[in-house]
Write a protein that binds this ligand. Structure first.
Ligand code: ADP
Ligand code: MG
Length: 480
């Protein structure tokens, strides 16, 4: 039997406001436990929530970025449940009237094609506190600093059909919320979290299969692994005559398995009702337009521009726009290199720079080589002062802070490309003189040896001879 996979994601993005969604307490991460929760966050009797306008603006910004319908009137609701990290006994969220309605986002698939993923809705809510079972043996400690931190929950349509697509979508949202500066995207600190809903159905079947929800997995890699292992589990279960039950499952990264956390029957009935303490949000079209004007160039538009205006491949353009910082870096290199050769800039940023950063586990913002330095280096490739090979050497020197810019390193180390044909001929003569055997073979018809001679000449010139000239002059000399 052939199976089809169906995946929908619920992403929680922590909004980058300075204060909480319903109080003036700070949202900064990493403070001493329980020093950033005020009476409102603690749910003391008699306090009233006051909506943080910034959180609303950020939600609208997201809605505009995914072409969503913004709801004229949206309402906060109480989601009631008991848990020690939720002192009020309810979470303020949105149910029937979320601030952001239907939208969409296109993702690139591995074969280079695009797929539109529907966004069902995005709503504002407050985060709960954090329970920890590690700080005190046998006891649970509660830190309420996170209580009341604004979240935007972004719910997708069940439009993804593989773990790879799910991750591509998740990465796209991750990059988007950072582009529009509504979330810092820090997954280690929990600023960006994802629940994956996964089901399978026989190929061709119209109705969706029963889904399991995989909770709070904190890396892209683990989302992919968790989904794949869950798909395998469901298919095996059905093929063995069982049925999938709707439930919440936890992913255990160490064992690479998912485990049941609670089934649908055990699920809470949240008894949602409109929060009487908060007025509905009514959006003013003028404010929406003001917010629209603050939107930066969005990743997809940037990508199209890189392809159309700079002639970059769709792969290069996707990589370079995968984060705003990387795109900014690339464009700064382009400017620093006097806009001579976008393709050369793209190659160097993608292969050389990203490769080196990756190896050193550094982010683009931590690059030891600045965009100005890299741009300066690329100018010297374009004007033939140095070869690509020498450029790599200079790149390393820049990386190791051995010089302030490419030109000073070229001067200090005498790396200028040799274009003086007399000097190149002298080297060729030398190489031929000390390789008489090969010369004879070459002249007897073993033409593959040409590469050997090129190699020897380049080596003798310490890589500095102009390769095109070496080829031309060498051919003539070898011919005799
Ligand atoms: P709930 O109210 O229980 O959270 P929703 O209907 O809001 O359920 O759906 C939550 C998420 O699950 C959405 O992202 C949706 O696309 C996804 N989803 C719904 N049904 C399925 C299914 N059968 N298979 C996979 N994903 C699904
Ligand atoms: Mg849900």
């Amino acid at each position: 039997m052939e199976w089809e996979v169906v995946i929908g994601l619920e992403i929680h993005a922590q909004l980058a406001t300075k204060t909480k969604i319903f109080s003036g307490a700070p949202t900064a991460y990493g403070a001493e436990p329980n020093t950033q929760a005020c009476a409102v966050d603690l749910g003391f009797p008699g306090v009233l929530p006051v909506l943080n306008q910034e959180a609303v603006k950020m939600a609208i910004k997201f809605g505009l970025a995914v072409d969503a319908q913004l709801t004229d009137r949206s309402v906060f609701a109480r989601k009631n449940y008991f848990y020690p990290d939720l002192p009020k006994g309810y979470q303020i969220s949105q149910l029937d009237l979320p601030i952001v309605g239907k939208g969409q986002l296109s993702i690139e698939l591995e074969d280079g094609s695009e797929k539109i993923i529907g966004i069902t809705r995005a709503h504002l809510e407050e985060d709960a506190g954090k329970s920890s079972h590690e700080n005190y043996p046998g006891q649970t400690s509660i830190d309420l600093n996170r209580a009341g931190t604004p979240l935007l929950e972004i719910v997708s349509e069940p439009d993804m059909s593989s773990a790879k697509e799910a991750v591509a979508y998740m990465k796209k949202i991750h990059s988007l919320v950072q582009y529009i500066e509504i979330c810092d995207g820090n997954m280690q600190e929990g600023s960006f979290r994802c629940d994956s809903n996964v089901s399978v159905r026989p190929k061709g079947q119209k109705e969706l299969g029963t889904r399991a929800e995989l909770k709070n997995i904190n890396s892209f890699r683990n989302v992919e692994r968790a989904i794949n292992i869950e798909i395998e589990r469901q298919i095996e279960l059905i093929e063995d005559g069982g049925t999938v039950v709707q439930e919440t499952r936890l992913y255990d990264a160490d064992k690479n398995e998912t485990r049941s956390m609670r089934s649908k029957e055990e699920a809470n009935d949240y008894r949602y009702f409109p929060d009487p303490d908060l007025l509905p949000i009514v959006l003013d079209p003028e404010v929406i337009e003001q917010i629209r004007a603050t939107l930066p160039e969005l990743p997809n538009a940037k990508r199209d521009r890189f392809i159309n205006d700079m002639n970059l491949s769709s792969y290069d353009a996707s990589v370079l726009t995968s984060s705003r910082q990387l795109a900014d870096y690339f464009e700064a290199v382009l400017v620093a290199s006097k806009n001579q050769d976008p393709k050369l800039c793209a190659n160097w940023v993608i292969s050389q720079l990203l490769g080196a950063l990756n190896k050193a586990s550094l982010e683009i913002t931590q690059s030891p080589v600045s965009a100005e330095q890299l741009g300066g280096l690329l100018i010297r490739i374009s004007d033939n002062t140095i070869s690509g090979k020498i450029a790599k050497q200079i790149f390393e020197s820049l990386w190791n802070a051995e010089g302030k810019d490419a030109d000073s390193i070229i001067d200090a180390k005498g790396l200028k490309q040799v274009t003086d044909s007399g000097a190149i001929e002298a080297i060729i003569d030398q190489v031929i003189a000390s390789n008489q055997g090969q010369l004879e073979q070459y002249r007897d018809g073993k033409e593959q040896l040409f590469g050997f001679f090129v190699g020897q000449v380049m080596k003798a010139s310490k890589g500095q001879a102009n390769p095109a000239q070496v080829n031309e002059l060498l051919k003539a000399k070898l011919a005799g």
